[in-house]
Design a protein around this ligand. Sequence first.
Ligand code: BT5
Length: 264
Amino acid sequence: MTKENDLLTVEGIKNCLTTRFIGTDIYIFDNIDSTNEYAMRLAREGALDGTVVLADSQDKGKGRLGRSWFSPRGVNLYLSVVLRPKTALEHITLITFASAIALVRAINDIANIEAHIKWPNDVLINNKKAAGILTEANTEANKLNFCVIGMGINVNLNINDLPLDLRDKATSIMAETEKAIDRTALLCSLLKHIEDMYNILTEGYFNRIIEEWKSLAITLGRDVMIQSGNKVIEGIAVDIDSNGALLVTDRNGIIQRVLSGDVI
Ligand code: BT5
């Protein structure tokens, strides 16, 4: 595949999309600050459930906690999906879990390679980060109005083009499979899996999400050190609870419940 025939176009995507509502509205930018920022704005203005925002490159791709997402042009996928699930706010972490599962399934379908999930939001191939997920929510009086699932996926990125500080911990699908991947096909598969997972979530089958997530996660059963706010928790990651919090047995044998943080 050449760069010229791997262009992202609304027409190309619609031709391969098999979803019912995700991707009914698709916005594609050659370059944008952040697809999440744009999707949050669209959602505030009433964008439909399932609206997709894509960009070929980002100037201010965001990670969590003010971190940045390296977003070079023409080789990767940077997308954000507006979702309006009628589900309780406490299930927000499950939305990220459902999206991570969708991404692992799509990578498996299209690139025929196994990917795994590192709590809470990294997708790894051969133990290196190939994708990250940033879920942002708009809430009101403890109610979820809408959320935006942002995904940055290193698809055909050459690892020599990564910034030096990421070279030993990041990878791309192409780097691991040694094959260029059709971004449109990967995107269509991903959106279909997101829709399937979203239906499972809104129908209330939380346990199915938790069980599949656990089968794909590399974090459970391991010694971990987790930075959560100002706290560092050390111990063994033993399980996740029904809302997606990580349960860590610390050095004193006490189970700590961690809702957000980074495994360091
Ligand atoms: C994430 O944050 O992993 C979520 C990244 C979400 C990016 C997407 S792109 C489309 C949408 N629009 C946005 O503006 N954002 C979303 P976090 O767990 O905080 O990880 C960020 C860290 O990952 C950085 O501090 C780097 O260490 C590393 N990193 C940055 N760019 C990377 C890349 N392209 N590949 C692998 N690792 C990267």
